[in-house]
Every structure is written in structure tokens, then in C-alpha cells.
Design a protein around this ligand. Structure first.
Ligand SMILES: [Zn+2]
Ligand SMILES: [Zn+2]
Length: 280
């Protein structure tokens, strides 16, 4: 008897989202799930900063995400690792890596070895220090987050096609909202073909490039678009948009000071647990 596979369907969801398990995140996983469901998203790829994230805290997040998931909604917990020179690498589906290597290419190798997807976060963050994104790193990762809709990086409006320059042949283009609190949420989503909504199936579909990314206006593929008058126009528009954003941030920082991060909200359970771990 042959096993019949359920038909493929398209699910919509978001990637690169932080909860209060990140030092600068705000929402509880429960609140995040509530926001996602209210917006009609079927899954959330959660990505907590590795900074100060203990194994026990991550395991607690895994249990919480499992309890919030069912056949039609999936919370998928992962980690965004901070490497040398503050370079960030997303390790989707790799679990918690104890004493992770801080050399970016080496870390990407460790993520892949654990069956995860290693994605270089927000390349635009490193525009001022291009030497950080090495050829070795671009070869080592599974893909690049070509569209990070946070205003500090690519913004939610225009497809940042220039970031495809970092995508080596055979590698994937990814997107992410990098949401830490309310104002970061955007309409940038993944639309993924899956047979069922499980962690394994979603990861396999992402790895195989069975998806598109859209903000509702532009739709991007995992692979670079063919050069055309339209793509040239979009690249120019994106460059202009990036320059305007940089100027706007400069002016905002002049007015507001240095634009410091909000302090992490005090969560007694987490503080207590961290103090306990430090004592051990
Ligand atoms: Zn980051
Ligand atoms: Zn992030």
C-alpha cells in the first residue's frame, strides 16, 4: 500500500520575531501568538537574541511555543546569534548551541550540522563595514535575509533588490520583520507551500525554496530576479529610500539623543531564574 501524502497548501507567516526572552524584546510568546493570529498569520519563526539567553530559558520558550501551536498555527522557536563584531546570524531550527563558535562562518557550519538553516541577518546593518561580510561567510550560510522590514535596515515599503548581490548561487533569499515590539510589525510575510504545518515540514519547504516573500505590493522569490528595466528601477528606488531613511534617522537622533534601546521590561520569573542559574 502506498502512503498518500496530504495535498500541498500555502501558509502565510512571519520570520525573525523577538519576544521578551530577548534582552530587548517586549511581548510574551502568548501575546505574540495573539497578535499573529489576529493578523491571520499561520506561523511565526521566533528568533531570540543569544545575548544572556540561557539553555533553561530557551527550553522554557520551546515548551511554551509547543503549547501555543496546533495543526493550524505554529510558533517555531529559534535563536539569532551574536557573533564577532556584533554580526548576527539566524539559526532557524538548530535548537540551543552551548558555547557556540563566535566566528560567523564557523557558527553557520554548526547550525547546518544540527539540521538548521543559517541565515545572515540584515546585511544592510553592515553597509558601513563591508569587510565583515566575507566570501567565506557567504559560502557558509544557507541564505541571506535580503529584506528586513525594520526601519533601521531595509524598511517595509520597497523590495531591496540590491541585497540579492549577497546571495550566492544555490543559496536562498529570506525575509524577516525583526519585530521586538508593536511598531516593528509590518506586512512582510512568507507564503510557503507545505503539506502540513509542522516544524519539520516548514523547515524542509523553506530549505527547498518552496516560498515567496511579499509585503502585499512586491513579491520576491528565493532567487534573484532577472535583470530588467523594472528591476533596475526598483534598485534605484530602494537606494533612494535607504538614503532618505538614513537622513531621517540622523535628524531623529539629533532631536531625541542617541536613540537608545528601551530597557528590557522587568519580568520577575525570568530574573529569578537567571539569578538561580548564576548561583549554580
Ligand atoms: Zn539582528
Ligand atoms: Zn533580530
Amino acid at each position: 500500500m502506498t502512503e498518500t501524502r496530504p495535498p500541498m497548501r500555502t501558509v502565510t507567516g512571519i520570520a525573525h520575531v523577538h519576544t521578551y526572552y530577548s534582552y530587548d524584546g517586549y511581548y510574551t510568546p502568548d501575546q505574540l501568538a495573539h497578535i499573529a493570529r489576529a493578523r491571520g498569520w499561520d506561523f511565526v519563526l521566533v528568533s531570540e537574541h543569544s545575548n544572556h539567553l540561557s539553555r533553561a530559558a530557551f527550553e522554557e520558550l520551546v515548551r511554551t511555543c509547543r503549547a501555543l501551536s496546533n495543526d493550524s498555527f505554529l510558533m517555531f522557536p529559534s535563536i539569532e546569534y551574536t557573533c564577532d563584531h556584533m554580526l548576527h546570524i539566524l539559526g532557524y531550527g538548530a535548537g540551543y548551541i552551548d558555547d557556540f563558535p563566535t566566528a560567523p562562518a564557523e557558527l553557520a557550519g554548526a547550525i547546518k550540522k544540527r539540521g538548521g538553516l543559517a541565515i545572515l541577518s540584515h546585511p544592510r546593518k553592515y553597509a558601513g563595514s563591508p569587510g565583515l561580510i566575507t566570501s567565506e561567510l557567504l559560502d557558509a550560510v544557507d541564505g541571506i535575509e535580503v529584506w528586513n522590514s525594520k526601519l533601521a535596515y531595509d524598511g517595509p515599503w520597497i523590495a531591496p533588490l540590491g541585497n540579492y548581490d549577497f546571495v550566492r548561487p544555490g543559496k536562498l533569499a529570506f525575509c524577516g520583520q525583526d519585530a521586538h515590539f508593536g511598531k516593528h510589525f509590518s506586512s512582510l510575510v512568507f507564503r510557503v507551500r507545505v503539506a502540513s504545518l509542522t516544524r519539520e515540514e516548514l523547515l524542509a519547504s523553506l530549505r527547498s525554496g518552496r516560498y515567496t516573500m511579499t509585503n502585499g505590493v512586491f513579491e520576491l522569490d528565493p532567487w534573484p530576479p532577472a535583470p530588467s528595466a523594472r528591476t533596475r528601477f526598483l534598485r534605484a528606488a530602494d537606494t533612494a529610500c535607504a538614503l532618505a531613511l538614513r537622513q531621517a534617522r540622523f535628524v531623529r537622533n539629533l532631536i531625541k539623543g542617541t536613540g537608545k534601546l528601551r530597557p528590557r521590561p522587568a519580568i520577575p520569573e525570568i530574573q529569578e531564574r537567571e539569578q538561580k542559574e548564576q548561583r549554580q
